[in-house]
Every structure is written in structure tokens, then in C-alpha cells.
Design a protein around this ligand. Structure first.
Ligand code: MLT
Ligand code: MN
Ligand code: ZN
Length: 303
């Protein structure tokens, strides 16, 4: 199967429209050697023509323009996107659904019951889309491997992650199973698998086992430091408050990945403040020494 990284940044993208942090200002002026990135989303296919879009970023239209593989043009109106899976109901992962409203048939959408609830209440994209293409919702079970109709050769296993619903959610302070998931994505022919979790706040034994069993992990790269946003004066919230495990620290993502045998270890959903975006930073060099890659828009992974 092939995985294409459509977007590799966290909410806001890189550079973020209103941000003048060292990275954002530096990439604009050229003072920092770094590559702009759109908000996180990936596409997966085993046959190269039918793709599952995983998360629908507000940047989806530019992501599709940059990805000819997702535009097979078999009919006057056509798309390679055969189904959409949502990992959570965060603004940066769902609002691109509105940009798909010209679809000729209801969008096949797979997500947990709690995410579907948010999209019908706090952020009512589902009823809005009902006035355009409509949405055909299928509940994504929180256990067991499933295959999706029209998607040959790939199975998807959702793992409930401990996290929070988005700030707008009616149950923001009442976490429900499925507010945030990780996905084990396996190629039926080769048996190779990807563990995908762009938002990962804590690793419990199930998640640890899924990561250890995968040939490639593509996981939360939001923050380098636990207090990154607080130190910059951008937010009162820590990485943990936002449901993200920082890379640094004795119990950080780097230490965790160190003990995992996956053939490839890649960080995604990178916040614009994260020093790993600077190609010349000490933090980026440290990742390289640990054999950890940084996802970029257009990156392709073959498994
Ligand atoms: C997050 O995952 O914390 C988000 O990127 C926040 C957002 O979309 O504003
Ligand atoms: Mn996000
Ligand atoms: Zn910034």
C-alpha cells in the first residue's frame, strides 16, 4: 500500500497566518531553512486508484491540487477519494469536508459515534453538508480490523486514545471513548502495517503494542517541549493539556520511539513553534541521530 502525506503541520499550518515566532518569521524571510507545511492529513491506497482520505484538513483543495494521484479523472466529475476516515473532530481535521460538498453522491464517512455527535451539534458540518452532497456515516468500531467497501486490500483497526473532545464540543469536559483514535492500517497482501496517530497524548499498553507491531509509525510531532506554547507566551496550555506528548524529556516521544523496532519512525502534525521544523536546528539533528524522520507535504511511504 501507498501512503501520501497531504499535510504535515498541526492546526494553523506553517507558517501560521498571524504568527511571528522564530520559525514562522524565519521561513517567511528566508532566515530559517525550513519548508512550509499544510494542516495534517494523509491518503492511503493499495491499488493506486481508490484512496481513503484520513482527516479532511481546511487545506484540502491545495493538497489535492498538489497530488495528481488523487485525481484519476475517469469521468467528467471524479475523485480518487473513495471514503473519508476522521481521527477526531478537531477543526484542523474536519473542516475540509465542506470543501468536498460538490461530490456527486453522499460522502462515505467513517468515524466514531462521539466524533459524529460533535459534527451534528457543536460543529454541525453533517447537517450543513446535507444541503449539498450529504454524508453517509458509518460508525468506526473501537476494536477489531475492518475493511471499507470499495477499498481493496487494506484493513483498519481503530484504537481509542485517552484525549479530549475539541474545545467547541458539548462534551469537552466529559471525555467519551472515540473522541480521538489511533489507526493501525494494514496491507492485506504484504501484511505490512502503519500505526497512525497525529494526536497522541499518552501511550498505554494497547497503543504501545500497536506501535511495536507496526512496520512504520507516523505519530504526534506537535511539540518539542511540554511548555512550548507557554514559554512563547502563546497559550496558557501545556502540550499535555492539548493532548500531545512532547518529543523531549525522559518520558517524551523520542524516548518512547527509541524502544520501538519499527522500520520507519516519522513525526507528523508538527506545530509551527516546534524547532524540528528548522532543518539546521540541534533538535532536528537529535531526531536524525535517533533515526526519526519529520513528515513533509508530499512525502510518500510504501509498505
Ligand atoms: C491540536 O491538535 O491541538 C490542534 O492542532 C489545535 C487546533 O486545530 O487549533
Ligand atoms: Mn490538530
Ligand atoms: Zn509560529
Amino acid at each position: 500500500m501507498k501512503i501520501i502525506v497531504l499535510g504535515s503541520a498541526a492546526g494553523g499550518g506553517f507558517p501560521q497566518w498571524n504568527c511571528n515566532c522564530r520559525n514562522c518569521a524565519g521561513v517567511r524571510s528566508g532566515a530559517v531553512r525550513a519548508t512550509p507545511r499544510t494542516q495534517s492529513s494523509i491518503a492511503v491506497s493499495a491499488n493506486g486508484s481508490d484512496w481513503v482520505l484520513i482527516n479532511a484538513s481546511p487545506d484540502i483543495l491545495s493538497q489535492l491540487r498538489a497530488t495528481p494521484a488523487l485525481q484519476p479523472a475517469r469521468a467528467a466529475r471524479d475523485s480518487g477519494i473513495a471514503a473519508v476516515i476522521l481521527m477526531d473532530a478537531q477543526v484542523d481535521h474536519v473542516t475540509g469536508l465542506l470543501m468536498l460538498r460538490e461530490a456527486g453522491a453522499p460522502l462515505p464517512l467513517y468515524c466514531s459515534a462521539s466524533v459524529w455527535g460533535d459534527l451534528n451539534t457543536g460543529l454541525p458540518l453533517a447537517p450543513v453538508l446535507g444541503h449539498y452532497c450529504g454524508v453517509q456515516w458509518h460508525e468506526l468500531a473501537l476494536a477489531g480490523a475492518v475493511s471499507l467497501p470499495g477499498i481493496e486490500g487494506i484493513t483498519f483497526t481503530a484504537l481509542d486514545l485517552s484525549s479530549k473532545a475539541p474545545p467547541y464540543s458539548p462534551h469537552r469536559h466529559n471525555p467519551a471513548p472515540g473522541d480521538n483514535i489511533g489507526l493501525l492500517i494494514a496491507d492485506s497482501a504484504s501484511g505490512k502495517s502503519l500505526f497512525y496517530a497525529p494526536g497522541l497524548g499518552a501511550v498505554d499498553p494497547r497503543v504501545d503494542a500497536a506501535m511495536r507491531g507496526a512496520d512504520c509509525v507516523l505519530v504526534d510531532g506537535t511539540f518539542w517541549r511540554a511548555d512550548e506554547m507557554q514559554r512563547l507566551g502563546f497559550s496558557a496550555k501545556s502540550a499535555a493539556d492539548m493532548g500531545h506528548l512532547p518529543q523531549s524529556g525522559a518520558n517524551g516521544m523520542l524516548a518512547l520511539l527509541e524502544g520501538i523496532g519499527a522500520r520507519r519512525k516519522i513525526l507528523i502534525h508538527i506545530n509551527n513553534t516546534n524547532p524540528i521544523l528548522d532543518d539546521d536546528s540541534a533538535e532536528r539533528a537529535s531526531l536524525a541521530r535517533h533515526g526519526v524522520e519529520v513528515a513533509f507535504d508530499g512525502m510518500e511511504i510504501d509498505l
